[in-house]
Design a protein around this ligand. Structure first.
Ligand code: ACM
Length: 744
């Protein structure tokens, strides 16, 4: 049984209205360029202006076309491309591009705009900067007077990555394309696709059709568009992936495919048990967590993986191929007499080294095809193949060790660059992990750890944000997690470290939020949303009939304005300065709002009615124990696309209400949702699960003060009724019509 209080879930949409004065040129450009020199005067770009590109220069024409698309969406101006004649804007090729060159120069003078670059990527990024200069504020359809300026720009790091987990929850191709569009606009350039995991195999492999016939589908009670009844899943055909690779390449994004090995292999083994260790056929997993199924290490399994990699390489031109390597529990290898005999024959001392040997064979295979492997930092254990690169996720230690050994590394440490962590404690955040990483936390991260010797710093390829998707089903939930935190990632990965400046970043984010809105991105308003906290004791406030409330938000930008008369706050509503004192029964509505009326967050509401003051949702109830545990915000079913989300420690279904005004309480009303326990916990995690007093079939709710009594009297325990949910009734329906039970 899992019981907890229900949260009120309302996904907040960013609401931006009206038009501000023209922003300074630098404020329009995010990530902030390496060097900017202001000039004098302006150049006006009108509707119908022409971008002139060099003749027969397909890459320049593509860069212009992409900028034209974006400017149409974000500003409503229709620009044209031509390869001869005069034009307001010129793309110029100059110099000889070297490998990895992404430099461009953008000159705005009163006579026109010129973008100069040697490389395709440089011209593309010049075009992306141009698109931002032409949409510097919330105006739409208006000509833009671009202030004279020289931008001389190149990235700090070559790897500016995002990982999307499409294995746990499938994403429509169009949703991935939208992420690629936005990556390009943020000058991010590597998209890692986590294509396989225990819960689903998502890439068509023609030689092994069962991988997608069986391995792409898991049992699920949640309806899923296009899936057979009772199943969740899907996969990408090779044609779809080839088209996606081309789509990304046109936006200077390389797709790095990941096949996770030797663990996270249950879906593959569900399709082909003979490539596993024990020969049994598990189902495709419906559990999150770490499952025990491993690829076998014999010739048959290796041939299978090599054949898969051959088809993968034929689709994805990326020089680096990601082979996973994370969280491979060695239990099955330890238990297998065949694997143990193979280890003895090879003279391999332990299973860590066996993993290293296994990955080394795959590295050799990739090298024969002129590719290199990259893997999660566990590939360091047991020895790293010479040409391997390491993606550091368990903090920075893996990156430090590997870089100091002379291997290339990408910094993608949890929790800060794990964007499945929520970005605020607001009760309206969607599902995710609860090691909250705010926009400011991401912005403060530097991907060059001091412990990497300066002589080895060139091995730091860059940074990557990872979006694991156990708890993120829909594209909108993912966009909420990605944006605007990818704007912060863009600055830490592209811009010079010396230009890092949080208040200045917020001024650049301001017009970027308008560009998100124009493009229909479901970005989070968490950083600007107002939070309310009662000052002092709620019981005392109710007795005194005066409630003092502090209003806060993460990003100190513009002004908090509020109302107490039921209306929506506007630019002329009172500005919040210090705490507010209101009578019980009042309602405060507040948001961050600019002088021109653009709100940076949906208004949040604080209800000072006595019943509301005495109500807590799970998001506001801290867990009973702080360690150990896994704190998650979960939907009511694993594949739910909508509905409420609930915060809990999955090791211990217990919440505290530290400020409960017990002297005001005559009855307690609890609304409970029943969550599936679908977590594959291993030792020692299993021992950390707290099993509390649980004497009834459907569980019992215990409510007591302070520490748990050894035996709970009838006054503090309340058996939970069975859920009304049946095969034909959805969880949400049950959720809407809770059964009532009154306990004495
Ligand atoms: C990982 O988060 N297991 C790489």
């Amino acid at each position: 049984m899992t019981g907890h209080l229900l949260g009120r879930a309302a996904l907040a949409a960013t609401l931006l209205v009206a038009a501000p004065a023209a922003a300074a040129p630098l404020a329009a450009v995010l990530p902030v360029p390496a060097a900017v020199t202001p000039g004098t005067g302006t150049f006006r770009v009108e509707n119908g202006a022409t971008i002139v590109v060099p003749g027969r220069d397909a890459a320049a024409r593509n860069a212009a076309a992409r900028a034209i698309e974006i400017v149409a969406r974000t500003r409503g101006l229709r620009l044209r491309v031509a390869d001869r004649g005069a034009g307001a804007i010129r793309f110029v090729r100059a110099g000889k591009a070297t490998a990895g060159d992404e430099h461009y120069r953008l000159d705005v003078t009163p006579a026109g705009i010129r973008i100069t670059a040697a490389s395709d990527a440089g011209l593309f990024y010049g075009a992306m900067t141009l698109a931002q200069l032409l949409a510097p504020d919330a105006r739409f359809g208006d000509a833009v007077a671009v202030p004279a300026i020289v931008i001389d720009d190149r990235p700090r790091f070559a790897w500016r990555g995002v990982m999307l987990d499409v294995a746990r929850h499938m994403q429509p191709v169009a949703a991935i394309e939208r992420v690629i569009d936005m990556m390009a606009q943020h000058k991010l350039n590597k998209l890692q696709l986590h294509l396989t995991d225990d819960q689903g195999w998502r890439i068509e492999i023609k030689r092994y059709p069962e991988l997608t016939r069986k391995g792409a589908w898991r049992a699920s009670t949640t309806p899923n568009d296009g899936a057979p009844p009772g199943r969740y899943g899907g996969f990408y055909t090779q044609d779809q992936l080839r088209a996606l690779v081309a789509y990304a390449a046109a936006r200077a994004v390389t797709i790095v495919p990941e096949i996770d090995l030797p663990g996270h292999a249950q879906a593959a083994i569900a399709a082909y048990p003979e490539i596993g260790v024990l020969g049994d056929r598990p189902p495709v997993s419906g559990d999150w967590g770490i499952n025990p199924y491993l690829f076998g290490t014999n010739a048959r399994s290796l041939t299978f993986v090599r054949n898969v990699l051959d088809e993968l390489m034929a689709i994805f031109p990326s020089p680096l191929i990601h082979i996973g390597g994370d969280e491979a529990l060695k239990d099955q290898w330890q238990a297998s007499a065949t694997v143990q005999a193979q280890m003895r024959a090879l003279g391999i001392a332990d299973e860590q080294r066996l993993q290293s040997w296994f990955i080394g064979r795959l590295g050799d295979h990739l090298a024969r095809h002129d590719r290199r492997l990259i893997g999660w930092d566990e590939i360091l254990e047991g020895g790293l193949p010479a040409s391997a690169s390491v993606m550091s996720w368990r903090g920075e230690a893996g990156a430090i060790e590997a870089a100091n050994m002379g291997h290339d590394v990408v910094l993608s440490p949890g929790p800060v660059l794990y964007l499945d962590n929520l970005q605020s404690a607001h009760g309206d955040e969607p599902p995710g992990r609860l090691k909250i990483q705010t926009l400011a936390d991401v912005y403060a991260y530097d991907p060059l750890p001091a412990a990497i010797a300066p002589a080895r710093a060139q091995h730091v390829l860059g940074a990557q944000a990872n979006l694991w998707a156990e708890y993120m089903v829909t594209p909108e939930q993912r966009e909420h997690a990605l944006f605007p935190r990818l704007a912060a990632l863009a600055e830490l990965a592209w811009s010079p470290k010396a230009s890092r400046d949080w208040p200045a970043f917020l001024t650049r984010l301001d017009p970027q939020l308008d560009r998100y809105r124009r493009q229909g991105i479901a970005d989070a308003d968490s950083a600007f949303a107002v939070d309310f906290a009662v000052t002092g004791d709620v019981g005392a406030a109710l007795r005194a009939k005066r409630v003092t409330v502090a209003l806060t938000r993460q990003a100190a930008y513009d002004t908090i304005r509020y109302t107490t008369d039921g209306s929506a706050p506007t630019a002329t509503s009172p500005a919040y300065a210090t705490s507010l004192t209101v009578a019980p029964g009042s309602v405060i509505r507040a948001t961050t709002i600019a002088p021109d009326g653009r709100a940076f967050a949906a208004p949040r509401r604080f209800d000072a009615a006595p019943a509301a003051l005495l109500t807590r949702t799970s998001a506001a109830l801290p867990p009973c124990t702080t360690t150990p545990g896994i704190l998650l915000r979960l939907p009511l079913s694993p594949d739910a696309t909508a509905g409420p989300a609930h915060s809990m420690n999955i090791f211990d279904s217990c919440w505290r209400n530290p400020d409960a005004p017990l002297d005001q309480v005559s009855a307690i009303s609890v609304t409970i949702g029943r969550l599936p326990r679908n977590f594959a916990l291993r030792q020692p995690q299993r021992e950390q699960v707290v099993w509390r007093y649980n004497p009834t079939r459907f569980g019992t709710l215990l409510i007591h003060a302070a520490t748990a009594p050894a035996r709970c009297s009838p006054r503090c325990r309340c058996p939970i009724p069975p859920s009304r949910r049946t095969a034909s009734r959805s969880t949400r329906r049950w959720h809407r019509r809770p059964r009532r039970r009154t306990c004495a």
